[in-house]
Ligand binder design. Structure first.
Ligand code: UDP
Ligand code: MG
Length: 328
């Protein structure tokens, strides 16, 4: 039997783009001729997104599931919330903004049929603003050198994960994560394919520079301790240089006498070292903060409602909405 598909779509204030998404996504999936479910997860939208997802559930209850989160927890945590509710053998993530064409899902399915348990994707001609492409290039290279994660285009979220990988991800309880990297760590046979990419035509990117930096910190701290090691190494190098300098000054004092010039050079060096210290402290803080969040063990997200047509009795009514306040 053909493997069943779960398509996971995080939605955060995507009201203007949803009608076209529904149209293109379901058409593309119907064409594949597989059993499928689309699992929408609303990440605390404040516009009409939830109402529109409800309407869509009304139209296609047999192959739609909607998870409504109580508040915004970020794209990656929202996807994890949806993963917990997927049932398909192949789970495919897709952004709601149609930047990754849903018509490309077929390529992922083909790769998984051929035996891949993780299908990464590379955007052939990425259609984003210049500074984001440049920053991505740097971050991809940095991650490649500091972690064991071998993915070419970490930002592309149209990806396929086999049930085995999803089950492993579902067992994780980390509070900050980066889904493509997390999935990769459990993959036995990862492959990469090329997919098309389009500009965002409706709505705007939900990532400010600040959120992008936070996301990349999650990736770096979650999958590597290289930043900490880099700080220790830099500390050792600077300490050795300083020691050499002190020895030099001591010898100079004996031969030439005390020196009082170069006051501002001293300031310059001192400020530089203070900067290095602050960076080091910040890096340590990034790890400590995440450890603190993790040990408190608060729920990572709160599910406000689940819309699904349910076969099993334990999940309540045959079709409809489960109670609010389920905490996971
Ligand atoms: N998204 C989300 N929660 C957030 C931010 C984004 O669920 O806090 C969703 C968003 O609705 C979209 C996807 O994640 O479906 C990718 O967001 P976006 O297109 O804004 O990111 P970009 O393409 O600019 O990286
Ligand atoms: Mg986008």
């Amino acid at each position: 039997m053909n493997a069943t598909l779960s398509i996971v779509v995080p939605v955060f204030n995507e009201e203007p783009g949803l009608p076209l998404l529904f149209e293109r996504l379901y058409a593309a999936l119907d064409k594949l001729g597989r059993r499928y479910e689309v699992v929408f997860v609303d990440d605390g939208s404040r516009d009409r997104s939830v109402a529109m997802l409800r309407e869509q559930f009304g139209r296609r209850p047999d192959c739609t599931r909607v998870i409504v989160l109580a508040r915004n927890v970020g794209q990656h945590m929202a996807i994890l919330a949806a993963f917990a509710h997927t049932r398909g053998t192949y789970v495919i993530t897709l952004d709601a903004d149609l930047q990754n064409p849903p018509e490309e899902i077929g390529k992922i399915v083909t790769a998984m049929d051929a035996g891949a348990d993780y299908v990464g994707t590379v955007r052939v001609r990425r259609q984003d603003v210049f500074w984001r492409k440049a920053a991505s290039r740097i971050m991809n290279r940095l991650r490649e050198q500091t972690t064991q994660i071998r993915i070419t285009d970490q930002g592309c979220m149209l990806r396929g994960y086999h049930r085995g990988v999803i089950d492993a991800i579902n067992r994780c309880t980390e509070v900050s994560t980066f889904v493509p990297a997390l999935g990769y760590t459990f993959a036995q046979n990862p492959v990469e394919i090329e997919v098309a990419h389009a500009e965002r035509t409706v709505g705007e990117s939900k990532y400010s520079i600040y959120r992008l930096i936070r996301l990349n910190f999650d990736l770096m701290t979650g999958f590597s301790v290289a930043p900490l090691q880099f700080v220790s190494m830099a500390g050792i190098v600077i300490a050795l240089l300083s020691l050499g300098f002190v020895v030099f000054l001591a010898v100079r004092r004996l031969i030439v006498g005390p020196e009082a010039e170069g006051l501002f050079t001293l300031f310059g060096i001192a400020f530089f070292l203070m900067g290095v210290l602050l960076v080091g402290l910040g890096v340590v803080g990034e790890y400590v903060g995440r450890i603190y969040e993790q040990v408190r063990q608060r729920p990572r997200y709160t599910v406000a409602a689940i819309l699904e047509e349910d076969e099993s009795v334990q999940h309540g009514p045959a079709r409809g909405e489960r109670a609010r306040g389920a905490v996971e």
